[in-house]
Design a protein around this ligand. Structure first.
Ligand SMILES: Nc1ncnc2c1ncn2[C@@H]1O[C@H](COP(=O)(O)OP(=O)(O)OP(=O)(O)O)[C@@H](O)[C@H]1O
Length: 882
């Protein structure tokens, strides 16, 4: 801005007359402005050439020019100058547009080009030499680097004399002959990119060369470089090379780039230690040639014609793969990359596979450690969704199955039967035999139902598999087609479903009801996945785990059936491990564990267990022994237990001496609704608490007021049927009674002590003379039937019994727990009812059940098995139905 520094005083303060002086002043001003503008425009031009013309013009220079102008000029001359200024800017713009980089070469460069004229002379060469240092021999000094880019050189013969060069950079010239490098034994780096080399036949590279860049030439083939043991980096991009060759034994080669050539196959790279391989923009169709390249870190195969990724496995170090613009179509191709442990960045943009709706989740599932896919960061939520979609954790599967059946169930007209009606205190009794396939649980379930036929009914599940020889529809399973099964799911018919070995299995509401209507508890067998799902429902089964401890015996049993393939057998045996760990990791998950290696012994234990629950006489055990000692083990030989007069409803009764059965006792804490409530909120507001209590009360009253089926007394967790007997066989249930004390009243009694004519039609229909007991509702009613405790000599005994039971049955958090024992007794007495039970002599005081509120102590399972990889496991069928 020299113009701006001219002294204003000198220019403006002349001695001319006023008018002339004014005119002169203006001229001077104009002159000054012109100069100044000239300067500004020149600067602007420089700016425009160097960077972006428009930006510089509009933003910086223009603003500066304006400011200067308006500072120097008065208002009148402003317009004139403005116009002039605008013209100048316009012409500057147009000249900048026509200028190009080459025209803007520095005068030095122009001079050099003229000097070289395509032929490298000593004078020109001097300007490119640098890095003066000792020669490799160490005896003299020499320039080790020559750099002459962009000089239009075509003749570099002079370089024959420069034998000490270690680095030669001649990019952007017109060189066709590079033979001179053969005379440079110390050359380590050669850059002859952007030249006109068409063949490497005459090129004799120095033996120790490390880096060669011959990109952007016209090479049609590669050179034999097999013995170049130090070659580290080779760039042959943008040539016309048709095959990779001559690289064998390049044991130091780490970077190889052959982008934009004419390669159709990848070969000749076996066992090379290449880390970065770029084959972008070729015509490659497959990548099998990469199979042995175990050192790859980065791979660019974009813009090719690749359809299959076979060969992409076993690259343990591969971190980045670019497969943009190829022909990868099938989701299955991703499988070839699933075992790449370090793969983090993958690009599959512009491949047909992208159109697949499952592309994202499938890819994220297959390559779970990806952090970037198609230039986008992978979100953690997408990863979770992907895993939940393709290999959901067992808990997710169970939750999803449960949710599916609940949702489909809501959509349908549901009939809730009194026989399995979930109420706050009394779950429908179910016995579930759990274990891996062929552990014998089905046989055992059938035997139990046969022996305890007055208590248990076999629950017949549905399956989509076809019947095996000897299986009957409606006996072992309800055999249906897969389509029917799916329809049943959508009709909300199932409580739980799984898919095992490609077949669906499911427990339907109706199957359960069929047993319940018979007045029987339900006995069922299932896989672990079914249990997971069942545990989410309102049902409160007892689960007995039957575990084959001897793998050979288990395998033998599977083989003997002659029904399964080898992989199915392996699958079944491998799953034993998951049962064992479930039992070990979640104590109490199963109520009892029995080894199923010996079916006889397993049955004995099971049978004994049930006898204890049911308080059955032990007289049959001798018979069982006899059967077992006999030659042949047959279920039909088993004696059939006859229930004693007093053992009808002793479902939860158990001997504390038997460690197995302890878990069966206390189901009060397993109440579905209380579990749900506990999960929903740990702490409740006062309003919520009131609302819950109100609803609980209503539910209890509803249950109490309802006349239920006559056989449901078996299903109650009643304790004391055997303790109070009378001629009329009326039962007093302390367990239920104590629970009901707070809400029972004489008014309740009035409502509930209805005659049998008040029974609902369903009960009437289902009544059979086999068991003369009461429905849960009626039992409640009976409990509070008038008993004159004051006059009855049994009062104290009853009180004691009540006391002893109450101790074990009050549930923390339940309303009952807030009452003291005395209050409970008082309420009991306050009923002021007259006893219908003249005989109380038979009352027995139950001894406290030791450990009845404890978690079961399960026998430890020896860990003799090796942990097997579990193949694709059974899944809840509902998932596939969605
Ligand atoms: N509703 C269900 N829910 C979960 N699992 C079930 C259900 N019904 C049957 N299963 C289980 O599915 C598995 C396969 O049953 P399938 O009848 O085909 O096998 P199996 O060879 O007869 O086995 P097993 O002798 O153990 O019953 C068995 O372990 C069975 O217990």
């Amino acid at each position: 801005m020299e113009a701006a520094t001219v002294s204003d005083g000198e220019m403006l303060g002349g001695e001319l007359p006023p008018e002339e002086g004014e005119e002169a002043d203006n001229m001077e001003k104009e002159e000054m402005v012109r100069e100044m503008l000239d300067e500004v425009v020149r600067e602007m031009l420089d700016e425009m050439v160097r960077e972006s013309a428009e930006e510089a013009l509009e933003e910086g220079v223009q603003e500066l020019a304006r400011l200067l102008l308006w500072e120097l000029l008065d208002d009148e001359s402003g317009d004139v100058v403005e116009q002039f200024y605008q013209e100048l800017l316009d012409s500057a713009l147009s000249s900048s547009q026509s200028s190009n980089l080459e025209e803007c070469q520095s005068p030095e460069e122009e001079e050099m080009q003229e000097e070289f004229d395509g032929i490298l002379t000593e004078k020109g060469l001097v300007k490119g030499l640098s890095n003066l240092s000792r020669t490799a021999a160490g005896s003299e000094l020499a320039y080790c680097r020559l750099s002459l880019p962009n000089y239009e050189l075509h003749d570099i013969t002079i370089l024959y004399n420069y034998t000490h060069l270690q680095r030669l950079e001649l990019p952007h010239n017109h060189i066709t002959d590079l033979r001179c490098v053969g005379r440079m034994p110390y050359l380590l780096q050669l850059d002859a990119s952007h030249n006109q080399l068409s063949s490497l036949a005459d090129l004799k590279l120095p033996q120790n060369i490390k880096e060669v860049d011959l990109s952007y030439n016209q090479l049609t083939g590669m050179k034999e470089l097999s013995n170049y043991r130090f070659l580290f980096k080779l760039n042959l991009d943008n040539n016309q090379i048709q095959a990779i060759e001559g690289l064998m034994n390049c044991i130091s080669l780490r970077y190889l780039s052959l982008a934009e050539n004419r390669l159709c196959v990848v070969r000749g790279l076996h066992n090379l230690p290449i880390k970065l391989l770029c084959l972008r923009g070729n015509k490659i169709t497959n990548v099998t040639g990469l199979a042995q390249m175990g050192r790859l870190h980065k791979l660019d195969l974009s813009d090719n014609r690749i359809e299959s990724l076979n060969g992409m496995e076993n690259h343990d170090l591969l971190e980045t793969i670019n497969l943009e613009k190829n022909q990868i179509r099938e989701l299955n191709e991703i499988k070839h990359m699933q075992n790449l442990p370090l793969l983090r960045v993958l690009n599959l943009l512009w491949n047909p596979i992208q159109e697949h709706p499952d592309y994202l989740f499938w890819t994220l599932f297959m390559v779970q450690k990806l952090t970037e896919l198609d230039y986008k960061k992978v979100k953690a939520t997408d990863k979770v969704l992907a895993i939940n979609k393709y290999n959901p954790p067992a808990e997710v599967v169970a939750a999803s199955d449960h949710m599916t059946h609940i949702m489909y169930g809501f959509q349908q007209h549901q009939k809730i039967y009194d026989s399995t009606l979930p109420n706050l205190d009394i779950p429908y009794p179910m016995l579930v035999l759990v274990g891996p396939q062929a552990c014998g649980k089905r046989e055992l379930a059938h035997m139990l139902c046969q022996e305890f036929s007055d208590y248990f009914g076999y629950c017949i599940c549905h399956t989509s598999r076809s019947p095996y020889f000897g299986e009957e529809d409606g006996c072992d399973y309800h055999f249906v087609t897969e389509q029917t099964f799916q329809e049943m799911i959508q009709l909300g018919k199932f409580i739980e479903t799984i898919k095992y070995n490609g077949n669906y299995f499911g427990l339907s509401r109706e199957a359960l009801e069929a047993v319940a209507r018979e007045g029987l508890a339900c006995c069922i067998h299932m896989e672990l996945e079914g249990v997971r799902s069942l545990k989410k429902t309102y049902l409160e089964p007892r689960y007995i785990l039957l575990i084959p401890m001897k793998t050979e015996e288990h395998q033998r049993r599977l083989h003997l059936r002659g029904l399964y393939t080898k992989s199915q057998i392996d699958f079944a045996t491998s799953r034993v491990e998951s049962y064992i760990s479930m039992n070990q990791d979640y104590p109490g998950y199963f109520d009892a564990v029995i080894s199923s290696d010996n079916l006889m012994h397993a049955y004995l234990q099971l049978s004994q267990l049930l006898r204890e629950y049911l308080s059955l006489s032990n007289q049959a055990s001798n018979d069982i022994d006899r059967v077992i000692k006999g030659d042949k083990w047959q279920a039909s030989d088993l004696p059939k237990s006859t229930p004693t007069e007093s053992n009808h409803s002793n479902w939860s009764k158990s001997s504390p001496s038997n460690g197995l059965s302890v878990g069966f006792l206390d189901s009060s804490t397993r109440n579905y609704s209380s579990r749900i409530q506990a999960r929903l909120s740990a702490e409740k507001t006062h309003l919520e608490q009131c609302s819950i209590e109100r609803r609980q009360k209503m539910a209890r009253e509803a249950v109490k007021g309802q006349a239920a089926g006559p056989y449901t007394s078996l299903f109650k967790r009643v304790q004391n049927i055997s303790y109070i007997t009378s001629t009329s066989g009326i039962i007093s249930d302390f367990t239920s009674y104590t629970s009901l004390i707070p809400i029972a009243s004489s008014t309740d009694y009035d409502q509930t002590s209805r005659s049998s004519s008040d029974l609902t039609s369903s009960e009437a229909t289902h009544s059979t003379p086999r068991v003369s007991s009461f429905s849960s509702a009626e039992v409640f009613s009976e409990i509070i039937k008038p008993i004159d405790l004051d006059t009855d000599s049994s009062t104290d005994i009853v009180s004691q019994a009540l006391l002893s039971e109450y101790k074990f049955l009050a549930i923390p958090g339940d309303r009952i727990s807030s009452l003291t024992l005395e209050e409970g007794l008082e309420s009991y007495k306050e009923l002021k009812v007259t006893s219908k039970y003249p005989s109380v002599q038979n009352i027995q005081i139950p001894s406290p059940r030791l450990g009845s509120n404890n978690k079961p102590i399960l026998p430890p399972i020896p860990s003799g098995r090796t942990r097997a990889e579990i193949p694709e496991g059974p899944q809840q069928a509902a998932c596939t139905a969605k």
